[in-house]
Design a protein around this ligand. Sequence first.
Ligand code: GTP
Ligand code: MG
Length: 438
Amino acid sequence: KKIADIINNFGIKSSIASRQGGDEFVLFLYGYDSEEELMKAIETLQYIQSNSKATLEKGLTVPLRFSLGYAIAKEDYEIEKFDKCSVEFSQTNKKTALTWISYFPYIETFANLMPIVLLVVGGLFIMNGQLTMGEYVAFSSLIWAVQNPMRMLGNIMNEFQRFSAASEKVMEIYYSEPKIVDKPEALDLPRRFRGKVEFKNVSFQYEDGNMPVLHNISFVANPGETIAIMGETGCGKTSLIQLIPRFYEPTEGEVLVDDINVNDMKLTQLRKNIGLATQDVLLYSDTIDGNIAYGDSSLTKEEVEKFAKYSAAAKFITKMPEGYDTIVGERGVGLSGGQKQRISLARALAVKPAILILDDTTSAVDMETEKQIQHSLNELDFPCTKIIIAQRISTTKFADKILIIQDGRISESGTHEELVAKKGYYHSLVQLQTGEEV
Ligand code: GTP
Ligand code: MG
């Protein structure tokens, strides 16, 4: 089992870096809102560490070994909390050991006294003629034969308890049901979508959140159009686009694709039509070729290369020692943020989606590369509606419509020219990024 899978199955939000040695890993935890959550995650990790084994590629099974990396400014505070936790952990262990020590001598003494009792009582019986020597020997050797299995039973009970504690967790994950599923009367739409996306008065709140992150969002993206979404960090851009493939459902309003509510579609058919490059790029432990062709394994080598070219990745891929066969991801070669983004873009394009969603996909590439990507996105050989989240004006400038999100609301929308003329948030962005008065 892959290490990442094991750890992710426990709901730990982390990224994993492999150390050169191979079987030791550094974990970086991220995305925890409170210290309690983080400490809980660390406790779970300690549990995994002591109870799980990972199968390496060579088929070897090794105990999971990893170090926890912290990158939080509140180091002292965290160290203190961690120390407290470690002390508690060690105290619990000591307590267990003490309990064991205080009973162990009595049990052992008692157990070892038994043969003497046997000898004395048996001897007396023989002397009184109540027992023959043969009976005594048979009896005592039977006792010896039973003794070991009895001891083993104790150990097995111990193991069994650990097993049931661990299996409970596995069962919980194994039998967990996704909340978002096809409706029984879901429409059957086995065709390629035209790619119209419409939000109708959509409001959205995360189930575990305490207030809505999107308020009354309405807009239309017609087939083939490019919609750019901009806004400060945390304003709700990612939340918004996640409603299109129905990763979440709006609390109010409707999300329509081709004029049909996404809730009424079959999930597989909806998602087949959507190419999504997420903000946190996830590459699988596979070759670059395998990563790009992930959504469509029937892709030919030529097509994979074509999509790599579209996403301006072809150049750096061919420079790698093994080209498209280079293994990337968890245990593969390290790639830069921009390189990963380009592979993930190629992967999103490779399904030739009717709707392409890019969440900050060119944030880590240089201006020149970005320009190339922009150019090829305009030249795609299949019809495609593009919804692009970006920070740079150079990316969004040529969009058919730009949406500015502020605190979960659309505060401005229109073309580049219209928004510049409005002299609002977008206008100030343009000034900031171009350094000129416009
Ligand atoms: P950047 O990617 O940083 O530019 O931000 P964004 O505009 O994509 O923001 P995003 O949609 O990720 O988050 C909007 C708000 O929702 C923020 O206040 C987040 O804290 C909150 N949020 C994001 N994901 C979750 C989640 O899974 N659960 C809860 N409860 N809140 C979330
Ligand atoms: Mg985001």
